[in-house]
Write a protein that binds this ligand. Structure first.
Ligand code: NAD
Ligand code: MN
Length: 513
């Protein structure tokens, strides 16, 4: 049974009231709050037997230890706003201690170890991640707000896959770069965001240590728990002390890592704004740098595409991980002849998405990761409406506590609107139209970003034509948001530079003589 939402035409004055007027209900008994008439019974993953330590320290030189200055911040569950634990805030002295440990480990042990031995550790880490998959998925959902369906079926399996894949490369690096002699770079500083906390850690750590580097890594302030759990796994795998060090903290902590004189490479994933600052900080220092920044990907839907499959792909492209995805398909370009049909199908489909308890196995849309992000999404949607776009939103009730935003799309968006140009990083799709393939790729390329794109068509020839014209690091055809450790990932223009994953990703962690 489907309920239809009508597009709301709003005058700028009325807009605020209408946008925030969502039915609010308490998130009781871990139940999902159903937006439609029929539904499944609640099916929450149990977290009762899993105890989270009240305080978490820094992981330096194979041991957990307190920061030099005793500063701690809270990490909360964004679905309930309950405090989960206290996390140590690393300062300059702690970063220095971690870099020294990493340097010692690099010189004494890790860079000297034959690749086939390094590889064994990566395999061991991968297997322990698989053993603890359920626990990691639950923890990731609690700390970050992601639905368990995603942490369980996407994040954690790909984390294991990254360690397996790079474990395989550790003793074969000379084959990855024929005729060259790949050598490790030294100590690598890595800074990661909150949208895929454990997965981004695996993307960064696995290739770095496979190539013989040692690591100092900093998670985002709101999502430190799974990386700290991974640190325990590294200990269980008997990874030599100091090979991977975890310094939890805030932006300033990251800044100390970037500025440390004994770091040879910085790998950063996060906002374009901070990425640009880091580029300035590292220029002329001899530090290597890779940046993975924002995106504003276009999903291009041709009239000859299988529409229902394409709608599912568009939905997955934007609402996966609440749109907290740098490569999210946040712009939909629809061929004019099928526009009305597509908008109707989208309206019906968002109404059936289940929003609520991230630990429930039926939840499609979890909590927005943090309050500033929720504010930013609200502000951007408001801006779209003020600039003349029409708001289409699921009428599902939202839990009373926590940070929530209903699945949304905007129609009547023009290329100059902010919602067509800027990253929203939330469950908000901007819909536009095109007539010819030429117009499609011109519109798709008309942003400062170039991370990813999607093409939906029945014709293989059209896919190849589009792929050659799209200025995007990844182009998906008749699918979206699929990740694999063997595929390089990374962008053009303001989406950053360098590649992660695949042979290209390995190259970013080696000196090639
Ligand atoms: P951010 O860029 O501020 O933070 C990313 C990481 O960098 C975090 O670990 C943070 O602590 C660290 N950091 C912040 N300032 C730093 C500095 N001066 N030096 C070194 N490290 C620093 O991103 P955010 O505040 O978490 O989110 C802001 C916006 O960034 C979001 O609204 C979203 O648009 C975008 N974002 C993009 C991605 C992505 O994957 N490309 C991921 C998260 C956020
Ligand atoms: Mn948290």
């Amino acid at each position: 049974m489907k309920t239809k939402t009508k597009p709301v035409k709003l005058s700028p004055k009325r807009a605020v009231a209408t946008i925030t007027a969502h039915p609010v209900v308490p998130l009781k008994d871990r139940r999902i709050n159903f937006g439609n008439k029929w539904d499944y019974a609640p099916a929450p993953e149990d977290s009762k037997n899993y105890r989270i330590a009240p305080r978490h320290e820094l992981f330096i030189d194979g041991k957990f230890s307190a920061p030099a200055a005793p500063k701690y911040f809270d990490t909360i569950n964004p679905a309930t706003e309950e405090k989960l634990s206290e996390i140590a805030q690393g300062g300059e002295a702690d970063v220095d201690r971690a870099v020294k440990a990493a340097r010692r480990a690099y010189e004494k042990v890790w860079s000297k170890m034959p690749g086939r031995e390094r590889g064994k550790y990566l395999y061991r880490i991968a297997r322990i991640v698989q053993e603890k998959a359920r626990e990691l998925a639950v923890l990731e959902s609690m700390d970050g707000g992601k639905p368990i369906k995603e942490t369980r079926d996407v994040d954690v399996p790909i984390v294991a896959a990254h360690f397996f894949y790079h474990g395989g490369w550790a003793d074969k690096l000379q084959y990855a770069f024929p005729g060259r002699t790949p050598r490790p770079l030294g100590v690598v500083g890595q800074i990661i965001p909150w949208n895929f906390p454990l997965l981004m850690a695996a993307w960064k750590i696995a290739p770095a240590i496979a190539c013989g580097n040692t690591v100092v890594i900093k998670p985002s302030k709101t999502t430190s728990l799974t990386l700290l759990r991974l640190a325990e796994i590294l200990r269980e795998a008997e990874l030599p002390d100091g090979v991977v060090n975890v310094i939890t903290g805030i932006g300033e902590t990251g800044n100390h890592i970037v500025k440390h004189p004994d770091i040879n490479k910085i790998a950063f994933t996060g906002s374009t704004e901070i990425g640009k600052q880091l580029a300035q900080l590292t220029v002329g220092t001899g530090k290597k740098l890779t940046l993975e920044l924002g995106g504003k990907a276009a999903n291009i839907l041709f009239e000859d595409a299988p529409i229902d499959q394409a709608i599912e792909g568009v939905i997955a492209g934007i609402y996966f991980n609440m749109g907290h995805v740098c490569c999210a398909g946040s712009r939909l370009l629809v061929q004019e002849s099928i526009y009305a049909k597509v908008v109707k199908k989208l309206r019906d489909r968002i109404q059936t998405l289940r929003i609520g308890n991230p630990l429930d196995k039926n939840t499609d849309i979890g909590a927005i990761n943090n309050r500033p992000q929720l504010e930013k999404i609200r502000e951007m949607v408001q801006c779209g409406v003020t600039e003349g776009a029409e708001l289409n939103q699921s009428t599902c009730p939202l839990p009373a506590k926590g940070y929530w935003y209903p699945p949304t799309f905007l129609t009547g968006v023009t290329a100059s609107h902010r919602v067509a140009q800027e990253e929203i990083f939330g469950p908000v799709l901007s819909v536009m139209t095109f007539r010819t393939p030429e117009e499609a790729f011109e519109r798709a390329n008309n942003t400062p970003y170039g991370l990813s794109a999607g093409v939906w068509t029945d014709k293989g020839s059209k896919i190849f034509k589009m792929v050659n014209k799209l200025r995007a690091g990844v182009v998906w055809a008749n699918t979206f948001n699929k990740f694999d450790p063997t595929s390089p990932f990374g962008g053009y223009k303001e989406s950053g530079f360098g590649r992660e994953g695949g042979v290209q990703g390995l190259g970013a962690y080696c000196r090639l003589d």
